[in-house]
Design a protein around this ligand. Structure first.
Ligand code: ZN
Length: 144
């Protein structure tokens, strides 16, 4: 394992152990749910949109380290951005995890850390679970 791999592993572990934006959600606040039965991951998101901006993203649920860390990383890096930009980034990241495009070296380290998961096709769903859920949550809010 080289230094960069180690750095990425550490980032994933850090987000798993100390998830950002994680909070027990009331049912009425849940904007979208997602599950990955193959792995047993369950995730709920509460998203608040303020005008054209994603004001807050919170999540709860249970699952493997990858799914939990990914939800934390996504929430931390996309909060506060314009909805249109978030939409575009969600599409780009999911496409990159599916090997349909390259990872962009300008993306946050947290996102680049997840590219190692591509080597394990079954885990790609773990890594993109929260991202699909956020897309659906934004659909429901009628924001595009
Ligand atoms: Zn998983």
């Amino acid at each position: 394992m080289d230094d960069l791999d180690q750095l990425y592993q550490d980032l994933i572990l850090d987000h798993y152990k100390q998830p950002r934006h994680r909070q027990a959600l009331a049912d009425k606040d849940v904007s979208a749910e997602a599950e990955n039965p193959l792995c047993g991951d369950q995730l709920r998101l509460a998203v608040e949109v303020d005008g054209n901006c994603v004001r807050s993203i919170r999540h709860d649920g249970k699952g493997c380290a990858i799914s939990q860390a990914s939800a934390s990383m996504m929430s931390e890096t996309l909060t506060g951005k314009p909805v249109a930009e978030v939409r575009a980034l969600l599409g780009d990241f999911i496409a990159a995890m599916r090997d349909e495009r390259e990872f962009d070296s300008a993306w946050p380290d947290e996102w680049l850390a997840l590219q190692g998961v591509k080597k394990f096709p079954l885990r790609v769903k773990c890594a993109t679970l929260a991202w699909h859920a956020l897309n659906r949550a934004l659909d429901k809010q009628g924001s595009s």
